[in-house]
Write a protein that binds this ligand. Structure first.
Ligand code: ATP
Ligand code: MG
Length: 259
């Protein structure tokens, strides 16, 4: 079955301020969507709302995974269904090594094959190590990283790579990448994009939140959406990103203000 994430007329407030004002979006496994939009338009708010961050208050609308509302589910339950978010600002966890973090995350999302989980069996340690080595090679991450504390002292680009490594290990059905390209050097951008492309395709749908058209040269979007003031105000194909890059958001911002 092809999984699908449906966002219906979603309204979300943060600290009593309405940020998402009726947002509609549908992402199928295998599709690549990009969202672009001015600072503060609510892109990260959408990402956090989809994974169930408690700070983001759902005021209306619905989020469906394969036709069933996930709004009542905790973030870890959503992860087990196959939803993943790569954070715009990954947090450091001193005292927790990247290796054990990944091990626990993989175990938790697989749910040991129980019916409330993804139904996938947990990975024996040998297979886990093999998979981790494969994915680290794909993302050109130094082996010593698994022993370092999660994100502690990682450079900006290393943190973004670590997020994608986590994605690669969890093999989600729908992945949301919040500005994963920001802070990556030119070579790292290509490596990370290759990593995403290796997983995208039939198994995974991707929502790429970005400010720059450049990453979309590597990860070809099927759909590009423009987000302004908490709504998607325009959608198109890959060429829409090029148009935005040259023209900016002015037209859309004025339209949104007028309506
Ligand atoms: N936890 C929070 N507390 C207070 N305000 C918040 C919080 N999260 C988001 N907001 C507000 O919601 C609005 C949308 O923020 P959001 O981070 O979703 O924007 P964005 O589109 O991701 O911007 P950027 O492109 O700069 O990352 C902003 O005005 C922001 O200040
Ligand atoms: Mg953001």
């Amino acid at each position: 079955m092809t999984s699908v994430l449906t966002v219906k007329d979603l309204r979300v407030s943060v600290e009593n301020k309405l940020i998402l004002k009726g947002l509609n979006l549908e992402i199928r496994q295998g599709e690549v969507h990009a969202i672009m939009g001015p600072n503060g338009s609510g892109k990260s708010t959408l990402a956090y709302s989809l994974i169930g961050h408690p700070k983001y208050e759902i005021e209306g609308g619905d989020v469906l995974f394969n036709g069933e509302s996930i709004l009542e589910l905790a973030p870890d339950q959503r992860a087990r269904l196959g939803l993943f978010l790569a954070f715009q600002y990954p947090v450091a966890i001193p005292g927790l090594s990247m290796g054990s973090f990944l091990r626990r995350a993989v175990d938790a999302t697989r749910g040991g094959g129980k019916s409330n989980g993804s139904g996938r069996p947990s990975l024996p340690i040998g297979e886990f190590r093999k998979l981790l080595n494969e994915k680290m090679e794909l993302l050109q991450i130094d082996k010593t990283f698994t022993r370092r504390y999660l994100n502690e002292g990682f450079s900006g680009g290393e943190k973004k790579r670590a997020e994608i490594l986590q994605m690669a290990m969890l093999e989600p059905q729908i992945a949301i990448l919040d500005e994963t390209d920001s802070g990556l050097d030119i070579d790292a951008l290509r490596v990370v994009s290759n990593g995403v492309n290796a997983l995208a395709g039939p198994q995974m749908g991707v929502l790429i939140i970005t400010h720059y058209q450049r990453i979309l040269n590597y990860i070809k979007p099927d759909f590009v959406h423009v987000m302004v003031a908490g709504r998607i105000v325009a959608s198109g194909g890959a060429d829409l990103a090029l148009q935005l890059e040259s023209e900016g958001y002015d037209r859309y911002v004025r339209q949104a203000a007028a309506s």
